[in-house]
Design a protein around this ligand. Structure first.
Ligand code: AMP
Ligand code: GLY
Length: 427
């Protein structure tokens, strides 16, 4: 079977690495890929925003299965586009249509969807430039911290949390009046703050059935102790100790099942991953966000823990036969530490040559790397994720941190406390 993965991050490197292990995998391509994917797959140098070019590449390389990594092409309708092509009738696709991707593409849609299907989530109100004053009044009645969310895709930067009421009102204006994220912030959700610890769940669904992948916790802030601005993710661990059997049962019953049923009821065909960003509030799970794809860097800890042939799982998903597949997990723990460029998540440097020493203790997944004049150089904010596997969290983290100084470039940064909060509660 020939496989094409769209995207260029650590998530896509991990997907390629995992899929390649299946005996069913013949040829594997990543578009556009990065300096690491080029080692396990063939990189195709094309823009995934250009759906015609993607379609031509699928035909040229006789692709049987397409996996769409990031959210943007999904929200922009790549699956709808390819599904209409008569010559691609046999193409298997992992990724929802744009209607399904609205779970991620519009926070207002997601909130209304959860309310329609009684899925636990924070209470919220939608505000536009026209009813700004109503927004102010709503904030006046709330307790801090205040949570504001741009409705549309904002590259992971669309959520603002502030302690002070005047800051919240100012942020509301920045989003709606100054249109900080353009069209994406023409509508803003003001949301109740949920006090608890975060955990992410992932499922593969064919629209009828679903299989739950290992859960993960990611570390979004740039600095230790969860300080500083949000990033795409500075590290992740799996499993997550507080997500015990009873919590998982609640997540399945109160969140995952009603979500899949809700999609069916609303006649939204959904074939692919759903990422549930949850907060555990006193043992009860609440949804803070849906994503229509796998997480990055969560994929770097989730996939190594899947024991079942991952390509077979994807094929069953695309064919609507997930009911016939069981999913087994590996028993070990996984942790990943992301190495980033100086300046990230704001303006960051690029083009520094990367030297890699002894990384045999970890799985080194590439993100913002590229080959330039035969040298591996940095080309993004998040450059590499080092995943350690061990019998427990301490061992997997120990492996990550024993290798972080083996990968170097000018201005490399990382968080030195990934997983430490969970270690303290005994994982
Ligand atoms: P998101 O971009 O939706 O993942 O949100 C970014 C981060 O904001 C989340 O990872 C949470 O840490 C935080 N967050 C979002 N919504 C809430 C909420 N209602 N209560 C508390 N924290 C939240
Ligand atoms: N790590 C969070 C995300 O992929 O959205």
């Amino acid at each position: 079977m020939n496989i094409l993965i769209l995207g260029s991050g650590g998530r896509e490197h991990t997907l390629a690495w995992k899929i390649k292990q299946s005996p069913k995998c013949e040829n594997i391509f990543v578009a556009p890929g990065n300096g690491g994917t080029g080692k396990v797959a063939t990189n195709l140098d094309l823009s995934i925003k250009d759906f015609d070019t993607v379609s031509a590449a699928i035909k040229e390389h006789q692709i049987d299965l397409l996996v769409v990594g990031p959210e943007e092409p999904l929200v922009n309708g790549i699956v709808d586009f390819l599904s209409k092509d008569k010559d691609l009738k046999k193409l298997k696709i992992i990724g929802p249509t744009s209607a399904g991707a609205m779970l991620e593409g519009s926070k207002e849609f997601a909130k209304d969807f959860m309310n329609r299907h009684n899925i636990p989530t924070a209470k919220a109100k939608i505000i536009t430039a026209e009813n700004l004053e109503e927004g102010d009044q709503f904030l006046d009645r709330m307790q801090p911290p205040f949570v504001l969310k741009a409705d549309g895709l904002a590259g992971g930067k669309g959520v603002i949390i502030t302690e002070e009421l005047p800051d919240a009102k100012m942020a509301l204006r920045e989003l709606l009046v100054e249109k900080k994220f353009g069209k994406a912030s023409e509508r803003v959700l003001i949301e109740e703050f949920l006090n608890g610890i975060e955990v992410s769940f992932f499922v593969l669904t064919d629209g009828k059935d679903f299989r739950v992948l290992p859960e993960a916790k990611d570390y979004k802030r740039i600095y230790e102790d969860d300080k500083g601005p949000n990033t795409g993710g500075m590290g992740a661990v799996s499993p997550v100790i507080f997500a015990d059997r009873s919590f998982k049962e609640k997540v399945t019953r109160k969140i995952i099942k009603p979500t899949i049923k809700g999609l069916q009821k609303e006649k939204i065909d959904y074939c692919g991953f759903i990422f549930f960003g949850l907060i555990n509030v006193g043992g009860e799970p609440y949804v803070i966000e849906y994503n229509a794809r796998m997480g990055d860097p969560e994929t770097q800890v989730v996939l190594p823990r899947v024991k079942t042939d991952f390509l077979e799982l994807l094929i069953a998903t695309a064919d609507g036969n997930l009911i016939d597949m069981d999913i087994e997990y590996e028993r070990y723990s996984a942790a990943t530490v992301v190495l980033v460029s100086r300046g990230y998540p704001e303006f960051y440097e690029q083009g520094h040559e990367i030297s890699i020493g002894n990384t045999r203790m970890v799985l080194p997944f590439h993100a913002g790397t590229t080959i330039k004049e035969k040298k591996l150089v940095t080309s993004g904010g998040r450059v590499m994720a080092l995943t350690g596997l061990g019998k427990n969290l301490a061992e997997s983290l120990g492996k990550c941190y024993s290798c972080v100084e083996e990968v170097n470039w000018e201005g490399k940064k990382y968080r030195s406390d990934i997983g430490f909060d969970l270690k303290n509660i005994g994982q």
